[in-house]
Design a protein around this ligand. Structure first.
Ligand SMILES: [Zn+2]
Length: 354
């Protein structure tokens, strides 16, 4: 029989996490990236019961590259900021991981992460990032106040993987949306606190978008490709979409639940359908069609990913969807059917994943 952590244990974990974010010694943004990586990987392949989870340092390094890729582009602010400046993610020298990613991009002339992952040199970049991850955030992450408290993972010296302690992947799965939000907020605050960044950032605050959302250019490509793929119809109401200006690219699994851009998670929707759905999970029929689309349109979606430079991961996003509906059902959440119409998420929804 599987064993599940108790509510008291969940709460105790949250309190520690809160302490970690407020008392932890942060000289670079690595700890935020590490926390996000552990939470994302737990959603992608962790458990809701107390089993421990082993995570390789290479997998963590790949997540770092994924998060920092866009952040190593130059930041241009339209309101008084300096053109072509790079944001610093450390109080001293630029954080090494960012320098490594930028050097890789410039020497390989690869500006698109999708293509970079297919490059024969990508594996070397992962190795280099893994070393920094092992030396810095893994060692310093669990220091609260001045003492070390191994409440999340064990990291034997020299090992190639860490072990999430029993229950930790369950906590990270349960509180994923909250953790993501807390972490991103702190991450933005940290960057603003680095004095070298203040001139670059200017007055207009688009830092959050720059750090965590897909570039405008990629999204424009996704939108026009989906416009053709979906045959100019809205994924939700199935009515025609007149022109490109009337459409939004919707995150099928809301961005507030899982904040990574994955090509298979994008659907074309009327502006109004998108606004009405908001941050809610979509209803049964929508989910059934979306799951079918993963299979039937596999090649097309991969092609869109390549063109737009957005990550492609059909099995990963399906697991994430399963996790989000499962937790939605447990929390007695409602699913969105159409404008103003909702229904409870039932067991039948979950059977679509079998
Ligand atoms: Zn519509």
């Amino acid at each position: 029989m599987a064993q599940y952590p108790s509510s008291d244990e969940h709460l105790a974990f949250l309190v520690k996490l809160q302490r970690l974010l407020s008392e932890g010694d942060f000289t670079a943004t690595y700890k935020f990236a590490l926390l996000m990586a552990l939470a994302d990987i737990s959603v992608e392949r962790g458990h809701d019961d107390v089993r421990p989870l082993e995570i390789s340092l290479r997998d963590i390094a790949e997540k770092f590259i994924d998060y920092y890729w866009q952040q190593t582009m130059s930041y241009t602010s339209t309101a008084g900021g300096l053109e072509g400046k790079f944001i610093k993610q450390n109080h001293g020298q630029q954080a090494a991981v960012l320098t490594k990613i930028r050097e890789f991009r410039e020497t390989q002339n690869l500006h698109n992460l999708g293509k970079a992952r297919k490059s024969p040199h990508y594996s070397k970049l992962v190795t280099a990032v893994r070393r920094t991850v092992a030396d810095k955030p893994i060692v310093h992450f669990q220091v609260l106040g001045r003492s070390e408290d191994e409440f999340m993972f064990k990291a034997p010296k020299g090992a190639q993987a860490i072990q999430l302690k029993p229950g930790v992947s369950a906590y990270l799965r349960k509180f994923h949306a909250l953790i993501q939000q807390m972490t991103k907020t702190r991450w933005v605050e940290f960057i603003k606190s680095v004095s070298d960044n203040q001139k670059i950032l200017g007055n207009q605050d688009r830092l959050y978008k720059f750090l965590f959302e897909s570039s405008r250019e990629s999204m424009d490509k996704v939108r026009s490709s989906l416009f053709k793929l979906e045959n100019k119809t809205c994924f939700y109401c199935k009515k025609p979409v007149r022109d490109l200006r009337d459409v939004h690219v919707d995150h099928f699994i809301p961005f507030s639940l899982y904040g990574r851009d994955i090509t298979q998670n994008f659907v074309l929707a009327h502006r109004n359908c998108n606004i009405s759905k908001s941050d809610v999970l979509a209803g049964y029929d929508h989910l059934a069609r979306w799951i079918d689309r993963l299979e039937m349109r596999r090649a097309d979606l991969n092609e869109i990913a390549d063109e737009a430079g957005v990550i492609s991961d059909d099995t990963g996003i399906k697991t994430v969807a399963h996790w989000s509906y499962h937790h939605g059902q447990q929390a007695e959440a409602q699913a969105w059917l159409k404008s103003g119409k909702y229904e409870p998420i039932t067991e039948a929804y979950l059977s679509l994943f079998r």
